[in-house]
Design a protein around this ligand. Structure first.
Ligand code: PLP
Length: 353
């Protein structure tokens, strides 16, 4: 058998790996620890029986976009929905970047921004965060002014650092950037402010959201953007026809009926986060303020990789960021249920000895 070589520019890419190890306490992928409401599940099950499965779904996902638009007080023409926010990000990069164009981001940040940009052939330009992972307006201006980016990313709250970007930095980027500005808000419901308030039809700003985290629907693969109408129109050029299946459209629309439940789960997780932060403050680790459902921490006296392994040996899986650029020895823990959080703290106390 002859193996056909992969595109040469992709061969050097390592891809995106988050090992899914089967352990009792899984706190490595920032999912919600709770199932969605049981009533929602019943409704999705009966929806599955009423769908005309022999027909293509609504290509424009009209009802779901109307529901999301109503949630945010925008027009359905300002909403584009896809299979997870990763597909939303891919659609933006397909439409506006590609070979010969620059895409800007500020590391350490969500790895998929660079990964997808490279897959579509664009050139990745990384600006630098300060040692405490905050971002200077001067650095935003320097990078954006000198590289003429087609797309610039800011992740807020930033994965994996947890830091919420101040509004002034987004405004600085909007003033300086010639292209599209994407604010990735996968964790926005945990944060005190949202860039949604800056979206309008005159500004090349896009805010991306997902059902994977706060909505407890990672298995459904559903995400969206809110942006100017012309940009949502442009997404038609790159989205595959009927890319959103009928059941997913119904599941998303039905989920929106349970926004109060979602917000209650977010409050529980924020309370859990505060308890973990308080416990970490008594241990020999360095942490950074988090506006999300995860916490980045760095053991002071033991190598991060060793602590990761010792936690795993005790049945607790966290994210090993220790080999990522700018994150030497750092680990990231997702807030889980109270039991999971306590198991994590107990295991960490042992692992740090
Ligand atoms: C989890 C995550 C996503 C991906 O969300 P999906 O909707 O599951 O594709 C996007 N951006 C950030 C920053 C994330 O952490």
């Amino acid at each position: 058998m002859t193996r056909v070589p992969l595109r040469s520019d992709l061969r050097a890419l390592s891809g995106y790996h988050s090992p899914q190890v089967d352990v009792p306490v899984r706190l490595n992928t920032n999912e919600a620890p709770f199932a969605p409401p049981a009533e929602w599940l019943d409704e999705v099950a009966s929806a599955a029986c009423s769908i005309a499965w022999n027909r293509y779904p609504d290509r424009a996902a009209r009802e779901l976009r109307e529901g999301i638009a109503a949630l945010h007080g925008v027009s359905p023409e300002q909403v584009f929905v896809a299979n997870g926010s990763n597909e939303v990000l891919q659609s933006i990069l397909l439409a506006y970047s590609g070979a010969g164009r620059n895409v800007v981001m500020f590391g350490p940040t969500y790895q998929m921004h660079a990964q997808i940009a490279r897959v579509v052939g664009a050139t990745v330009v990384e600006g630098k965060r300060n040692a405490d992972f905050t971002l200077d307006a001067a650095e935003i201006e320097r990078v954006v002014r000198s590289t003429d980016p087609a797309v610039s990313f800011i992740c807020s709250p930033n994965n994996p650092t947890g830091i919420v970007e101040p509004r002034e930095n987004i405004e600085t980027m909007l003033r300086a950037a010639p292209g599209i500005v994407v604010v990735d808000e996968a964790y926005a419901q945990f944060a005190p402010w949202s860039a949604l308030e800056l979206v309008n039809d005159e500004t090349p700003l896009v805010v991306t959201r997902t059902f994977s985290k706060t909505w407890s629907m990672a298995a459904a693969r559903l995400g969206y953007l809110v942006g100017p109408r012309w940009l949502v129109d442009d997404m038609e050029a790159v989205a595959l026809p009927y890319h959103l299946d009928a059941l997913k459209q119904r599941a998303g629309l039905l989920a929106l009926k349970y926004v109060v439940d979602m917000e209650a789960r977010v409050r529980d997780i924020v309370a859990g986060r505060d308890r973990i932060v308080a416990a970490l403050a008594t241990l020999p680790v360095t942490t950074w303020p988090s506006g999300a459902n995860f916490i980045l921490f760095r053991p002071d006296n033991v190598a991060g990789r060793d602590v990761w392994q010792r936690l795993l040996d005790r049945g607790v899986l966290v994210r090993d960021c220790s080999s990522w650029a700018g994150l030497t020895d750092c680990l990231r823990v997702t807030v889980g249920t109270d039991d999971e959080n306590e198991a994590f703290i107990a295991a960490l106390k042992e692992a740090l000895r």
